[in-house]
Structure formats: structure tokens, C-alpha cells
Ligand binder design. Structure first.
Ligand code: SF4
Length: 340
């Protein structure tokens, strides 16, 4: 008998209810890596908080090295946070032992950036997809049958189940990674740059697949990416990270139409527009210099050395993440947010 739970849609989200915890609540999450030799410790993630609702997609965006991937890995406990908490369906999973975490591992899975390097080249597809099920106690026959179902679900040919990763293209390999993530029937998938290693034409296919799977299975995604065009397409809300902190978070439509933080404005001004006339007419905001090292973040607002709007207070006082536009569910960490 095969396990059928992963193909079944999850129940519809409960109506808004303050007593119902969100599917994921990340609170004040911090990760400090020890410095090499005599260098200072690196605070890669610095007090990050956000929520993801059942069936929702939150985009987590920012430049390379801003801490977004480290955040994703802490959520699924591939990395142990230095401090802060991760609550899944109201239950703090941050300090659970690996044994206590095991049943929850079914529910939170991860899709990685580079599909080929995230798949063991010495394992067949059958083994790769079935492994999480075997770990959870399925029989070998059930796990193999389920792996075939999952291959079909993600658009692969089940008869190729005994092939090895190198026999698949990049897009197909990412489908294998997604099938592996779905094997245990998760409700939350942390997707870390899931299309950035793929050709543009293949990216669209994988994004389509992820959207279909979300509709059919009721998945919630934390979609980590640096490509704001991709995030705009897939997410409901977006959180922008800079140097380990969230600087703006809100519903996609508002953040993209009227970014309030100067960093968000700069990132969005670099996204190509499909209309050539609009592309020529729009103002590009060029950021000064490279992002500072997280080992030596600037004082005050860490964005101030690159910010075209920086004033004196920005050099000494770190802005808190707070509601910038009254009545709008959007938070911005800036002393002078754009509110128009
Ligand atoms: Fe720029 Fe100041 Fe706002 Fe920081 S607080 S983003 S430096 S205006």
C-alpha cells in the first residue's frame, strides 16, 4: 500500500483568527559565525522576524550575502541559530532535540539552489526521493511506489526512476529536488534560490510547477531569491533584507508599486521593465559602493554609507522596523521612508 498523504491538498486555511498561530513565525532570529583567526565574529543574520501564513508565499530578497539563505537554513534546522526562535504552527522548534524534531521534519522541507550539487550523484532517483520516506518509517516498496507518483506529480517520467542525477538536465534535476522535498507531505517549503541556477526558459517552467503544486497541495513557500522579477511573480508578500536585517516587508503590490525604503527603491529601479518606453523614462538609483562586511557593519543605519537619502541621524541611530504608512500592513526600517 502506498502512502497517499503527500498528494492530498491540505485543508483550506482557517479564517483570520488572532488565536490561530501562523504556520511559521520567526522571531528575532540571529546567527553569528565565529571570525576566522583574529577577525571579528560575523553577524550574518541580525534579529530577523516575520511570519508565513498557511498557503502563502513570502518572498525573501536581497543581494548575495545579506543573510537570506542562512535564515532559510535556520528555519529548517540545517543551521542552529545563535538566538531567537522559529515557531511552526505555534510550536517552538528551535530547541527541540533531533528526535523530537523528526515528526515535524515531514512538514518543513527545503529546495536548494543548485539541483545537481544538492543531489547525491551516486544515488538513483528512486533512492533520492524515497530516502525521506524510509527515514520516516515507510517500507521500501511503499517508498518506491510513492517516488514514482511524485515523479509524475512534478512532470518527470516514472520509468526513469532508476536513472542517476547526471542523466537529467538542470530543470529535470530541480524537479527531482522538488519531488524529494514533497515526499513527506510538507505544508511549508523553504525554496532557496530554486531557479537562479537554471536557464531563463527553464526558470519559467519551474516557477509554473511550483505555483501548480502550491494550488494543488496547499503549500506555503518561503521563496528566497535575489531576482525581484521572479519574486514579483510568485509571492504574496515580500521581505527585503540588507546586511542581516529586514528593512521592508509588506504585500507585494504595495512594495513593488511604492517602495518605501531607499534600498528597496534602488533594487526595484534595476529590474528591467517590459515596456521599452517606460524603461527609458524611469529613474535608476545607483547605490554607492559594495555592501559592507557583516563582520564590520557601519554604525547607525547599516545602509547609510550607500544611501542617497542619508542624513546625520542615520549615522548614529539604527532605525527600527515599524509601520511607515498608517493603515497599511507594511513595515520599514528607515528614519525617512517614502510614504507618498
Ligand atoms: Fe537611508 Fe537614513 Fe533611511 Fe537608512 S535611515 S535607509 S540611511 S534615509
Amino acid at each position: 500500500m502506498t502512502t497517499a498523504h503527500a498528494a492530498l491538498p491540505h485543508p483550506a486555511p482557517a479564517p483570520d483568527d488572532a488565536s490561530t498561530p501562523p504556520l511559521l513565525r520567526v522571531s528575532d532570529l540571529t546567527m553569528t559565525f565565529p571570525g576566522r583567526r583574529r577577525s571579528a565574529p560575523v553577524r550574518a543574520v541580525d534579529g530577523v522576524s516575520f511570519e508565513v501564513a498557511e498557503g502563502e508565499t513570502l518572498g525573501l530578497v536581497g543581494e548575495s550575502g545579506c543573510g537570506k539563505s542562512t535564515t532559510g537554513r535556520m528555519i529548517v534546522r540545517l543551521l542552529e541559530p545563535t538566538s531567537g526562535s522559529v515557531a511552526y504552527a505555534g510550536r517552538d522548534v528551535t530547541r527541540l532535540s533531533q528526535r523530537a524534531l523528526k515528526p515535524l521534519r515531514r512538514e518543513m522541507q527545503m529546495v536548494f539552489q543548485d539541483p545537481h550539487s544538492s543531489l547525491n550523484p551516486r544515488q538513483s532517483v528512486a533512492r533520492i526521493i524515497a530516502d525521506p520516506l524510509l527515514v520516516q518509517g515507510s517500507s521500501a516498496a511503499d517508498a518506491r511506489a510513492r517516488a514514482r507518483e511524485l515523479m509524475e506529480l512534478v512532470g518527470l517520467i516514472p520509468e526513469h526512476i532508476d536513472r542517476y542525477p547526471h542523466e537529467f538536465s538542470g530543470g529535470q534535476a530541480q524537479r527531482i529536488g522538488i519531488a524529494r522535498a514533497l515526499a513527506t507531505g510538507p505544508r511549508l517549503v523553504v525554496a532557496d534560490e530554486p531557479v537562479s541556477a537554471l536557464d531563463v526558459s527553464v526558470q519559467a517552467q519551474i516557477v509554473n510547477l511550483m505555483e501548480r503544486l502550491q494550488r494543488e497541495l496547499g503549500l506555503a513557500y518561503l521563496f528566497i531569491a535575489h531576482d525581484l522579477s521572479v519574486v514579483k511573480r510568485v509571492c504574496d508578500r515580500v521581505a527585503v533584507m540588507y546586511l542581516g536585517r529586514i528593512v521592508e516587508v509588506g504585500v507585494k503590490e504595495r512594495v513593488y508599486a511604492a517602495p518605501a525604503h531607499p534600498y528597496t527603491r534602488a533594487l526595484l529601479s534595476a529590474v528591467p521593465l517590459p515596456d521599452p518606453a517606460a524603461e527609458r523614462a524611469r529613474e535608476r538609483i545607483t547605490l554607492l559602493g559594495d555592501p559592507p562586511s557583516p563582520a564590520a557593519p557601519p554604525p547607525g543605519c547599516t545602509f547609510h554609507p550607500r544611501c542617497p537619502k542619508a542624513r546625520e541621524i542615520c549615522r548614529t541611530e539604527a532605525p527600527l522596523l515599524r509601520v511607515a504608512v498608517p493603515g497599511e500592513a507594511r513595515e520599514v526600517a528607515c528614519h525617512f521612508p517614502e510614504t507618498g
